[in-house]
Design a protein around this ligand. Structure first.
Ligand code: ARG
Length: 460
């Protein structure tokens, strides 16, 4: 028990399996930089209180720098008793600068406020990285949409052909989802970025440390106003995984669309070789594995969120070891999201489209609503025109015509005498799309406006 930071009151050794079960160092060493930075600023706070001399402080900071270098170079040597990143760093500091000085850094601090601080620093930095990556995914999508603004495709509801839309409108849809994710991410970073440090184990700091000073030194925007909350709040972990889950949900739907569009039956898009794989048996196959993984991994991220919610739902206040279970799902979610953004960016920037196939998939019955609108423009109530247009569709089917546009004027007029020669102008996909100029619609001007707005949001 000698080698342990908390060994004083213990006489018996812990079960070796218990040591293994308890250890978080294998995964929380990711936070080594945050942990060292937390200690650096915390000891400045102790120095301000007169609890460390200037000489002691500079020794401590020298030691912390060296430990940082050891981790960065992959040379940090783990020892038995290193339960987690906090104990490992403190143990090492003692070896470098002597236990007399190192033994003072934890004055008034607990691993409870320490780990909460480390996690918030770590998550903040990771989320900032994700924001940069997400922004470039959206920019790639917007650029693609602008370039391919003239391409038309079928829009679907229930996966049934519904109305013609611009391909750029489809891209803009997901770019809009991702931009909402981007905005949500900025708000999340703000909530993550508050400081628990100086709250002690739970009750607060016994030497009146300047928590605002500690917060400012660590780049936090403020302090958490209740020490019990400060040490035990993991809402920021839950929220990060919720954000990740929602984002992956959008990525998953986006992928599903592209999987469908890349099938032989649709043939609207072709994935680059870089993001496809072949079959070990069927030589002709080219599978959209990148998209399937994006879709599949969304389940894993949501599983992390659900799992951790279960872990913490009934723990009493304040710190309990259950909370150590926050790390693996959180880290896994962050890594999965990061890789997913990069893969999605690669897929979008390299896929090719087949505009002719998209156009060929448009069918005249997709203009049945436009036909109803034709009569609306002549003053007929929509409920009535909807019915009339439906009769035209049925008539064309009965006559086994290739589409409603093949009905003769006489046949149209038989159904409703208000049809005139210019009814045939309705049967133009481009014209249909270009009528939808209202904000958010699929007309060229409306789509370009959406894209301009997304860019504006990203550059705010
Ligand atoms: N490794 C621990 C965790 O991640 C650090 C906090 C330990 N605190 C304690 N009171 N045992 O949660």
């Amino acid at each position: 028990a000698e080698s342990r930071l908390w060994g004083g009151r213990f006489t018996g050794a812990t079960d070796p399996l218990m040591d293994l079960y308890n250890a978080s160092l294998p995964y929380d060493q990711k936070m080594y930089a945050a942990d060292l930075e937390g200690t650096r600023v915390y000891t400045q706070g102790l120095h301000k209180l007169g609890l460390l001399t200037s000489e002691e402080l500079s020794e401590i900071h020298r030691g912390l720098k060296q430990i940082h270098k050891e981790w960065a170079d992959g040379k940090f040597v783990e020892k038995p008793g290193d339960e987690d990143i906090h104990t490992a760093n403190e143990r090492r500091l003692g070896e470098i600068i002597g236990r007399n000085i190192a033994g003072k850094v934890h004055t008034g601090r607990s691993r409870n406020d320490q780990v909460a601080t480390d996690m918030r620093i770590y998550v903040r930095e990771e989320l900032k990285k994700l924001a940069v990556l997400l922004k470039s995914l959206i920019e790639v999508m917007v650029a693609r949409a602008e370039k391919e603004i003239d391409v038309l495709m079928p829009g679907y509801t229930h996966l049934q052909k519904a109305q013609p839309i611009r391909w750029a409108h489809w891209i803009s849809m997901y770019a809009t989802y991702f931009t909402e994710d981007y905005k949500r991410l900025q708000q999340l970073i703000e909530r993550v970025n508050v400081s628990p440090l100086g709250s002690g184990a739970l009750a607060g700091h016994p030497y009146g440390i300047d928590r605002e000073f500690l917060a400012a030194g660590l780049g936090f925007s403020g302090v958490i106003g209740n020490s019990l909350v400060a040490v035990s709040d993991r809402d920021f972990v839950v929220e990060t995984m919720f954000w990740s889950s929602l984002f992956m949900n959008h990525i998953s739907r986006f992928s599903e669309d592209l999987i469908i569009y890349s099938s032989g039956e649709f043939g609207f898009v072709k994935l680059a070789d870089a993001y496809s794989t072949g079959s070990s048996l069927m030589p002709q196959k080219k599978n959209p594995d990148s998209l399937e993984l994006l879709r599949g991994k969304s389940g894993r991220v949501f599983g992390s969120l659900a799992g951790f919610m279960m872990s913490i739902k009934s723990i009493p206040s304040t710190y309990n070891k259950d909370m150590q279970e926050d790390k693996e799902p959180l880290f896994d979610s962050l890594t999965t999201v990061e890789h997913s953004i990069l893969i999605a960016t690669g897929v979008v920037s390299t896929l090719s489209i087949d505009a002719a196939k998209m156009k060929a998939a448009l069918s005249m019955d997709m203009l049945a609503t436009d036909l109803a609108d034709y009569l609306v423009r002549k003053g007929v109530p929509f409920r009535e025109t909807h019915h009339i247009s439906g009769e035209c569709v049925r008539k064309a089917e009965e006559e086994q015509l290739s589409g409603i546009d093949k009905l003769t004027l006489a046949q149209f007029q038989q159904i409703d005498p208000r049809f005139e020669e210019n009814v045939f102008e309705t049967f133009d996909f481009e014209a249909s799309v270009e009528r939808r100029t209202a904000t958010g619609g699929t007309a060229k001007s409306a789509v370009l406006k959406q894209l301009a707005q997304l860019k504006q949001t990203l550059n705010k």
